[in-house]
Write a protein that binds this ligand. Structure first.
Ligand code: GLC
Length: 423
């Protein structure tokens, strides 16, 4: 499928060193920024991947990353999507726009809780080093998982998001229906900073951005109160990213908690509920996992990279293997964020087409764990695209061309922890 293929036994030691240098270069002391300039703070799920990357050569530093993330946890159990440790005028929207009052200035929404799963991997890497640190984090991790179950679950049992940024797939087509219902009047003047770092053709449109900011203003007006948000926020979309990653997180946490002799009361029931709830995300008309607008039940009808996180969640989903095969046939450089045969596909625009290393890792690993042979193919393609085009934020899935920010933490981490490893 690809024109030339890298030799299977290619020596990637130079790339390993470059990946480590990106992690240490983006280290701000206890936390890692996704990339200098474009994203100058600690992002929640980026940090989880950073931790896994560090774990390949500095386990102590890996633990610190997750501990710093949890230092921003709110009383409610929520762990914010951005922690603004040090002010940086190069980023918008900053702490004043969010207006939050947690222990560290932060955003008011969360992100997929993959940090919980990765904490269990740090523990497994060296149980003697990790047992006490894991035990200290464990009640906080459980509290975060329980916060999702309490505040971000709809009546069908699916986990929903209250802002596209919460899902981590900012401008995916999944949000279009709910975004259309928002009239962003009164959002006022603001100055975007992202398009000063990256070409506008690779970023969300102004249409989307007005609504992102409008939703932040709305959340602030509701004082980020979970009950009010669940009721009065016009944006609530049931999301496979959040649901599947939470399901995996709870599964991993439960297993590690049992093994460490920690309190696991109630976890078996929580897991069973989330497993049952996953079925709410099955779009019967399209025959794949999908998102829907909780306000009106309308499906996105979008086969995205989040649809393929079902295996990472520990589900057996044989139908999804055929979809993965079709998508990989259409896009040579890794799982695209939207199927190329969808008319909304846009090869360079962020979450409407490009392929992302960290999503590929969760898809590929999950597939391999569930015996889906294409998982290894996903790993090989991710390895190839990173080896050739560098540690960038994301890639054009049709040509492999580098896109978005450079020297990107999670792409480097995914190289060290998964893609660059010998198969
Ligand atoms: C973008 C991505 C999000 C990520 C953040 C920092 O907002 O969509 O998933 O966490 O950048 O890399």
């Amino acid at each position: 499928m690809m024109t030339e293929t890298l030799a299977a036994d290619a020596d990637f030691s130079d790339r390993d060193a470059a990946a480590r240098a990106i992690l240490t270069g983006n280290d701000r002391g206890g936390y890692t920024v996704p990339t200098a300039g474009l994203y100058p703070y600690q992002w929640n799920w980026d940090s989880a991947f950073a931790s896994l990357g560090f774990a390949q050569f500095d386990l102590e530093r890996a633990w610190r990353e997750i501990e710093t993330l949890f230092s921003g946890q709110w009383e409610s159990g929520q762990v914010p999507h951005i922690l603004f440790h040090k002010p940086d005028p190069g980023y918008f929207p900053g702490p004043d726009v969010w207006g939050c009052t947690g222990p560290i200035p932060s955003s008011g929404i969360t992100q997929p809780p993959v940090a919980l799963s990765f904490a269990t991997r740090l523990l497994a890497a060296d149980p003697a080093l990790g047992a006490a640190r894991f035990a200290a984090l464990y009640p906080k991790m459980r509290k975060w998982a329980e916060w999702f179950l309490r505040w971000r679950r709809d009546e069908k049992g699916a986990i929903f998001v209250v802002h596209p940024w919460e899902s981590g797939r900012d401008n995916a087509p999944d949000w279009d229906n709910a975004m259309d219902a928002i009239d962003p009047q009164g959002v006022g003047y603001y100055e975007r900073r992202d398009t000063q770092h990256v070409d506008a053709s690779m970023r969300p449109t102004k249409y989307d951005y007005d609504r992102y900011i409008w939703l932040v203003q709305r959340g602030k007006a509701l004082e980020w109160d979970d009950a009010r948000l669940a009721q009065d926020n016009p944006f609530r979309v049931a999301d496979p990213t959040m649901h599947f990653i939470l399901l995996r997180a709870l599964r991993d946490l439960y297993a590690a908690g049992e093994a460490q002799g920690l309190d696991t009361a109630g976890m078996a029931e929580q897991l069973a509920e989330l497993e049952a709830g996953a079925q709410a995300l099955w779009n019967p008309g399209m025959g794949f996992y999908d998102s829907y607008n909780c306000a009106n039940g309308i499906w996105s009808n979008a086969l995205t990279n989040a649809s393929f996180l079902c295996w990472f969640a520990g589900l057996d989903a044989p139908e999804m293997a055929q979809h993965l095969s079709r998508v990989l046939d259409a896009a040579p450089y890794g799982v695209p964020s939207l199927a190329p045969f969808d008319p909304r596909f846009d090869a360079r625009r962020y979450w409407r087409g490009p392929t992302w290393g960290m999503m590929n890792m969760m898809i590929g690993e999950g597939a391999s764990e569930r015996g889906v042979a294409l998982g290894e193919e996903v790993r090989k393609r991710t390895r190839e695209v990173i080896a050739r085009y560098g540690f960038v934020e994301y890639f054009d899935p049709m040509t492999g061309a580098a896109a978005g920010g450079k020297a990107f933490t999670w792409t480097a981490a995914v190289w060290l922890a998964w893609a660059g490893k010998e198969g």
